[in-house]
Design a protein around this ligand. Structure first.
Ligand code: SF4
Length: 384
């Protein structure tokens, strides 16, 4: 099979593996010989860490897999058309796409074929060809396979801008329901520990790390997912947790399991940002009796209604960490607010609006120079 035909088989399934901020398909103008219109499921507009947008090629090295994760389209024994790149084929194809301006960076994952270490060898070999044979200096995101060895983790980190280990579930018990032959602590979590140990122990510019959870397939609660997420951010330097709502796949053991609502993913992302960027702890999040976030309300707004509605924050004197508790004020706006109030007292919602603060969200929970903003009560019934 031609490499381009393989790519059309191996690229689109990576839509189930979130990586970076994909903001849509990338549709470059047609280039002779590449049939670019057919690569829309493989090349994506992605926002990199730091904000730059690039055309990111996302693909698997192989869709062959010897594992039997119960939710996965690639599990062993499932009948569908599989394909495999050699490292040479994929590196050469990527460079053609790069030179024609179709793709500027690559996200590379894989099924497990011949064991985690052998699969990791092939991922590393592909990245080495790109860096050393072709001199590619652009963005590479490499997956760390279950069971990859410590030296391989180090080698991958020397080649990549980002590495990721898919935990899939928040703990060993939940993982056992999803992936009976994956070992949570030894095969998966330990790789994230090694990544952080390398970053902390060896000077240098090291890649960021991410993970992915399959949400809903293991009947886990949000509090389980977010407790692990908080640990990963605080203890293992994780840049980002991705929450991928479960979608049943025909001819798998979970084909009759209900899909996860998109809104659950959204609430988990909102909450993980509160943990990572806003100084919240898991204990402060508004879980229900089953340990799940209410789908009907933004978690930060729900917290503010409980704790700030009767104790509004004076924006002229509050510390940064308290400003971040106010709905409508994020880390960047809080910095702007701190700078603006050094120039003089903020007295009106229009002063906040000029700073980009979402005043209809903030107004019920703040004081401006000792006074509630004029239309606070009118705004109170606003929807979440
Ligand atoms: S190891 Fe990965 S590709 Fe293989 S079945 Fe499990 S989730 Fe799917």
């Amino acid at each position: 099979m031609e490499p381009l035909e393989k790519l059309k088989l191996l690229g689109p399934p990576t839509c189930f593996e979130p990586a970076e901020e994909v903001v849509g398909s990338h549709r470059p103008p047609p280039r002779p010989g590449l049939g670019n219109d057919d690569l829309s499921g493989c090349v994506h507009n992605a926002v990199m860490p730091g904000g730059k947008r690039i055309a990111l090629l996302k693909t698997l090295l192989t869709s062959a897999c010897e594992r039997d994760c119960r939710y996965c389209t690639f599990r062993q024994g499932r009948d569908f058309h599989r394909a495999t790149f050699t490292p040479d084929e994929l590196a050469c194809l990527f460079m053609q796409l790069y030179q024609k301006g179709v793709a500027e960076g690559i996200f590379l994952s894989s099924g497990v074929a011949g064991g985690g270490p052998r699969t990791e060898d092939r991922l590393i070999a592909t990245a080495e060809l790109l860096r050393h044979r072709y001199g590619f200096r652009g963005y590479i995101h490499l997956k760390i396979m279950p069971g990859a060895e410590q030296e391989q983790v180090l080698a991958a980190m020397r080649l990549a801008d980002r590495v990721s280990v898919n935990l899939e579930a928040p703990n060993a018990e939940r993982l056992a329901r999803l992936a009976p032959h994956k070992v949570f602590a030894e095969e998966l979590l330990q790789r994230l520990r090694w990544i952080e140990e390398i970053r902390q122990g060896m000077p240098g510019r090291w890649p960021s790390s991410t993970t992915q959870f399959v949400v809903g397939a293991g009947d886990e609660s949000d509090v389980e997912l977010l407790t692990t997420t908080e640990f990963l951010h605080r203890q293992l330097g994780l840049a980002r947790a991705y929450f991928s709502g479960f979608t049943p796949v025909p001819d798998t053991p979970l084909e009759d399991h209900p899909p996860t609502p998109l809104l659950r993913e959204h609430r988990l992302y909102q909450s993980s940002f509160l943990l990572r960027d806003y100084g919240f702890t898991v204990e402060e999040l508004p879980f229900d009796a089953d340990g799940n976030l209410p789908l009907g309300s933004d978690p930060k707004l729900a917290w503010a209604r409980c704790y700030l509605a009767h104790a509004p924050i004076e924006v002229n004197t509050a510390e940064r960490r308290d400003l971040l508790r106010v709905p409508g004020i994020g880390p960047k706006r809080a910095e702007k607010l701190l700078r603006a109030r050094r120039q003089g007292t903020l007295r009106d919602l229009s002063d906040l609006r000029k700073l980009g603060i979402i005043v209809r969200r903030a107004a019920p929970f703040i004081l401006l120079d000792g006074r509630c903003p004029a239309y606070q009560l009118r705004l109170w019934p606003a929807s979440p």
